[in-house]
Design a protein around this ligand. Structure first.
Ligand SMILES: CC(C)(COP(=O)(O)OP(=O)(O)OC[C@H]1O[C@@H](n2cnc3c(N)ncnc32)[C@H](O)[C@@H]1OP(=O)(O)O)[C@@H](O)C(=O)NCCC(=O)NCCS
Length: 177
């Protein structure tokens, strides 16, 4: 049920049990997770992993696992999320250790946003980003998103970055024949 999307360098797919070790390694890293809910041991990482997978069943959209086409390794996740307490759906991204600085997050987010606008018919998207998370702010800005306002989510002070709205569907020219 989870659509498989492709970009130039990535396959965006649903989650498999075999992905857990890579996900748990990321979620166990205090530095990498400081702006995405903090580090977890493997048991709590399992709950977070299962909740990413379950989000798809409950809402029909979610975070895709990002696989590099060159060798099928898992490099991170990106996608659409709307958990309890979110004021509206968000587009989010995270890359595992050693996968930063190659443009994967931007590449995947462009595809996920296109999916939200074209396939789901959404008209707007935002990203929550902590003011100290400069790499993530750069991703948002490269995507054309702009700081809109501060917001507090689960006790965290973040910024809402507003993405460019979906372009209205082009009207089909009248058939003159
Ligand atoms: C946020 C995060 C995903 C950003 O990762 P990133 O690698 O900087 O982002 P991208 O994959 O889009 O890569 C862009 C960088 O790669 C460089 N790059 C190299 N090759 C590139 C290519 N082919 N295309 C685009 N950019 C490329 C860009 O110049 C850019 O670097 P810069 O920001 O220093 O200019 C990463 O820091 C992360 O996972 N952090 C931990 C989790 C997290 O905080 N998630 C976000 C929560 S809001």
């Amino acid at each position: 049920m989870i659509p498989v999307l492709e970009t130039e360098r990535l396959v965006m797919r649903g989650w498999a049990k075999g992905d857990f070790d890579r996900v748990a390694a990321f979620l166990g890293d205090e530095q990498l997770t400081r702006f995405v809910g903090g580090a977890s041991g493997r048991d709590d990482a399992w709950r977070r992993f299962a909740s990413m997978a379950g989000h798809w069943s409950l809402l029909g959209f979610g975070l895709w696992a990002l696989e590099a086409k060159e060798d099928r390794r898992l490099v991170g996740w990106c996608g659409l999320l709307s958990p309890e307490g979110w004021p509206e759906p968000e587009i989010g991204w995270s890359l595992f250790a050693g996968e930063h600085g190659r443009g994967y997050a931007t590449e995947a987010a462009l595809r996920a946003r296109d999916y939200a606008y074209r396939d789901l018919g959404w008209t707007t998207l935002m990203s929550f980003i902590h003011p100290d998370n400069r790499p993530s702010i750069r991703v948002a800005e490269r995507l054309g998103a702009r700081f809109e306002k501060p917001f507090v989510i689960r006790g965290w002070e973040v910024g809402i970055y507003r993405h460019p709205a979906a372009e209205p569907a082009k009207l089909k020219p009248a058939n003159l024949n």
